[in-house]
Design a protein. Structure first.
Length: 208
């Protein structure tokens, strides 16, 4: 965050019209930066950037490569992968915090940003937990139940989520003795998981 105290959002989008639309939606509430290429994104991102809206498909360096570079640098920013590409099982190893399907709505994009800003205040263990759940949710909105059951990647993802949930719970217990606070965060986690499951069920019903 910069000296103005307005959260900094970096829009990484190779289509100027789309980037301009996002910028119009965000102006007034956020300090907005833009980049049209992966190289430009890596030049623009730093520890002041709170949220990155990252286009997955770009010429040259892909969004996945940009995301990997951001994480390898240890930059503490939340990343929403924004894409018209249906997520496949390769997203299991991507370190994004949310997956937004194009075209997003204004309200949906603003809600995603606010959610990520809220998560930035949580422990690293809880942030990783939400990241894993976001990857599962992305898959469950696109894949049939049969494909999910046949996927080793999906099975391993669920194992990682269970393990990370335990670690996040332990961290919360160490950080906060207020049982009501711990209970509230756990309830939020359960709601996130339930929402992901319902989205998957809705998708399956549409396909049937």
């Amino acid at each position: 965050m910069t000296e103005t105290d307005a959260p900094v959002v970096l829009i990484v989008e190779d289509e100027p019209d789309v980037a301009e639309t996002y910028q119009i939606w965000l102006q007034g509430s956020y300090d907005v930066r833009t980049a049209e290429t992966g190289d430009a994104a890596l030049a623009a991102v730093d520890d002041d950037v709170d949220v990155v809206l990252l286009d997955r498909m770009m010429p040259g360096m892909s969004g996945a490569d940009v995301l990997s570079a951001i994480r390898s640098r240890g930059i503490d920013t939340r990343v929403a992968m924004v894409s018209a590409v249906d997520p496949d099982f390769d997203v299991v190893e991507m370190g994004f915090d949310e997956y937004v399907t194009k075209p997003p709505t204004r309200d949906g994009l603003l809600e995603t940003i606010e959610t990520l800003l809220d998560r930035a205040e949580q422990s690293e263990a809880l942030q990783e937990y939400y990241s894993l759940v976001a990857r599962r949710s992305a898959l469950e909105t696109e894949k049939t139940e049969a494909k999910l059951e046949d996927s080793e990647e999906y099975a391993r993802l669920n194992e990682r989520i269970d393990a990370q949930r335990e670690e996040a719970d332990e961290t919360l217990g160490d950080m906060e003795s207020d049982l009501e606070f711990v209970s509230a965060v756990r309830e939020l986690s359960e709601l996130t998981e339930d929402a992901a499951g319902e989205e998957g069920a809705d998708q399956l019903g549409d396909e049937e």
